[in-house]
Design a protein around this ligand. Structure first.
Ligand code: 4NP
Length: 162
């Protein structure tokens, strides 16, 4: 029997079609594979409204699919209520982070950067920001997945420790 109030985590990037849907899918997959005593609710959103209603970028869906991860979410923009609803709001890059802190008001302590959850050698292998793959080549999508897969166990640990 799981507890009634889930732990809620929201992943955020600019467009909510590449990085944050990938983080959402990867993290959901990790949660599904872990035998947890608590329920964890996972969602994603964008700081911009450029792509509202769109599925994740097809290049990111293909790359994730090759890793056995299905990306099903549709783009939405961050809303003010997200900062009270979610326990943690995880930004992909510094620009998202700064925008979220500005919007969060008194909830600014919930805003974190994805790379904070990298551990050990992964802290040196990956940059501070999850790079935007939108205008790049296919290896950019693979790199985003590598990075969010590396950071996800540390994030899960941090959420469970709260
Ligand atoms: P995301 O990538 O923030 O990882 O979803 C982007 C997608 C679209 C745009 C920028 C970044 N855009 O400018 O349309």
């Amino acid at each position: 029997m799981k507890n009634e109030t889930p732990i809620r985590v929201l992943f955020v990037c600019l467009g909510n079609i590449c990085r944050s849907p990938a983080a959402e899918g990867v993290f959901q997959h990790l949660v599904d594979q872990s035998e947890l005593l608590v329920e964890i609710e996972v969602d994603s959103a964008g700081t911009s409204g450029y792509h509202i209603g769109e599925p994740a970028d097809s290049r990111m869906r293909s790359a994730a699919g090759r890793r056995g991860i299905e990306l099903t979410s549709r783009s939405r923009q961050v809303i003010p209520g997200d900062f009270s609803r979610f326990d943690m709001v995880v930004a992909m890059d510094r620009s998202n982070y700064q925008e979220l802190v500005r919007e969060a008001g008194t909830y600014d302590g919930k805003v974190r950067l994805m790379s904070e959850f990298l551990k050990g050698p992964d802290k040196d292998r990956f940059p501070e920001e999850v790079p935007d793959p939108y205008y790049g080549e296919n290896d950019g999508f693979e790199f985003v997945l590598d990075m969010v897969q590396a950071a996800s166990p540390g994030l899960l640990e941090a959420l469970l420790e709260r």
